[in-house]
Ligand binder design. Structure first.
Ligand SMILES: Cc1cc2nc3c(=O)[nH]c(=O)nc-3n(C[C@H](O)[C@H](O)[C@H](O)COP(=O)(O)O)c2cc1C
Ligand SMILES: [Mn+2]
Length: 482
């Protein structure tokens, strides 16, 4: 897709439609449970989904932009296996010479402004049956450091608790937590904007881990790299914090330090419910939107693997390639909830570098719980192949590293209060390589060059019928069966 249109979700949806990559749900759908249940039927497939009629609402809902790397690769014009390297190169360009966003006078998000906010008017779905209520789960937060003014972008989940109030979940170590603490020290509120319905450039900028975009950098510039042009912002009318000019909706919000509200449960990317607990309360002061907005929601499974996971993968890949000779590729497995298990492929140059790769991967992305390093003759995207390396090359006496009492991801039940243990598996061959560990391969031969007859396998039921009618296959004629 033309880079120029990638910042606009409406243009993206039209483009997906033109490419046969948009499922349109024409029937009315209940946003409470049914929408997510139906979306789950399409999760991971090559198409996103537009719910045209939402029960009780005039505005449609869109989901699925991130649940397939094939879809994402097609949209960004990259083969899916090259996505981590593409993302890594965009971030590297930004680190070396950032293209700052520009503030413009007008944008589609300013078409309608509502100063009396009623969140119940928005078609915000309730996903899982035990969720605490409707959630914003794909919207980008823009805030400014109360001390330095540096902007930050992040994605947090927000539970709607009233017409103009919400609860937010800020994980430990997030830059937004730092900003809120700084606002508390100064005794004032922390204003921010919540931007719903943005393109993948800004979504990826917001999901860029702190290890790649530290607190003193304006990570909004990362979006400009994906767009091929500066990200366009408009100034908020209440606090002056910027909003995304091409968002579907932008909410001007603030948190008053110390004010808490009950937030949760929420069906999380881990496959478990996040606990209901007192968390920061949010006041919505104004709502801006397009005249015909589309609400963007995501299912917190594969969609998060390909945003937090993809960005984590890109960072681990670029750091490892700089620090550990021989690293070829990195993949965060789906079985590892998308960002708890990294598999690293390397062509060893020296004994011991594989263990170095384990430590560097943990440092590059703290939510990781497991790192498995294999040789570059293993397909890291194939769980059986990785298991083959573990069962034939890993020496459990010397190849397993455990680190106890280390910071991890709070949503992972094995890190209660963000503390737990991590494990690294060195499943590479002993170096220097020995004959016993050399993988056997067949010559690559293309069947297309040969005249081959491949019969259709007949179902057992059909075979029995054919036999009864006296025109059986090899069984009936006494021929040899293979
Ligand atoms: C769909 C999605 C939902 C997320 N939900 C949360 C959340 O509820 N709380 C949170 O702290 N981080 C959440 N994250 C992760 C952060 O947005 C991400 O780690 C980001 O890099 C944090 O920004 P920061 O480094 O500027 O603090 C989510 C990410 C995605 C992609
Ligand atoms: Mn940040």
């Amino acid at each position: 897709m033309a880079a120029a249109a990638i910042h606009d979700l409406a243009a993206i949806i039209d483009e997906l439609d033109a490419r046969g990559r948009l499922v349109r749900v024409r029937s009315e759908v209940d946003p409470t449970f049914d929408l997510a249940g139906l979306a789950a039927e399409f999760e991971g497939g090559p198409r996103a989904v537009l719910f045209e009629k939402i029960k009780g609402h005039a505005q449609p809902v869109f989901t699925g932009l991130y649940w397939s790397r094939e879809l994402l690769g097609d949209l960004l014009g990259k083969p899916e296996r090259e996505l981590p390297a593409h993302v890594a190169s965009c971030i590297k360009n930004w680190q070396q010479r950032p293209i700052d966003p520009v503030v413009v006078e007008r944008g589609p998000v300013l078409e309608v402004t509502e100063n009396r906010v009623d969140l119940a008017q928005l078609p915000i779905p309730i996903h899982a049956e035990k969720d605490g209520g409707p959630y914003f789960d794909a919207a980008v937060v823009i805030a400014r450091d109360p001390e330095t003014g540096v902007r930050n972008a992040s994605i947090q989940r927000f539970l709607v608790t009233g017409p103009d109030t919400m609860g937010i979940n800020i994980d430990s170590g997030r830059h937004l937590e730092l900003y809120l603490n700084k606002a508390a020290e100064r005794g004032h509120a922390l204003p921010f904007t919540l931007n719903v319905g943005v393109g993948p450039g800004l979504h990826f900028a917001a999901a860029t881990p702190a290890e790649a975009a530290p607190a003193d950098t304006d990570e909004l510039g990362i979006a400009s790299e994906f767009h091929g042009a500066p990200l366009e912002l408009v100034r908020g009318t209440k606090s002056g914090v910027e909003m995304v000019a091409h968002a579907m909706y932008a909410l001007e919000c603030e948190m008053i330090p110390g004010e808490l509200t009950e937030e949760g449960p929420f069906a999380e990317v881990t496959g478990y419910y996040a606990k209901r607990e007192p968390r920061p309360k949010v006041h919505v002061r104004a709502l801006h939107r397009r005249r015909h907005p589309i609400f963007h929601t995501i299912l917190s499974g594969k969609e998060v693997y390909n945003s937090v996971g993809l960005l984590g993968e890109a960072n681990v890949l670029s750091l490892l390639q700089r620090q550990v000779p021989g690293v070829r590729d990195v993949y965060f497995t789906h079985g590892g909830s998308g960002f708890y298990h990294a598999v690293v492929a390397m062509a060893q140059k020296r004994a011991g570098w594989s263990k170095q790769a384990i430590l560097a991967a943990f440092a590059a992305f703290p939510p990781l719980k497991m790192v498995t390093v294999v040789d570059d003759d293993v397909d890291i995207r194939n769980a059986s192949d990785v298991e083959w390396a573990m069962s034939t090359r890993l020496d459990p006496r010397t190849g397993i590293i455990t680190i106890d009492n280390i910071f991890g991801h709070g949503l992972n039940p094995s890190f209660p209060d963000y503390l737990g243990a991590k494990v690294g598996f060195d499943a590479t061959r002993a170096y220097p390589h020995r004959y016993e560990h050399e993988r056997a391969f067949y010559k690559k031969v293309s069947p297309a060059k040969y005249d081959i007859v491949v019969p259709e396998v007949k179902a057992a039921k059909k075979r029995a019928k054919a036999k009864k009618n006296g025109n059986g296959g090899p069984d009936a004629s006494g021929g040899a069966a293979m």
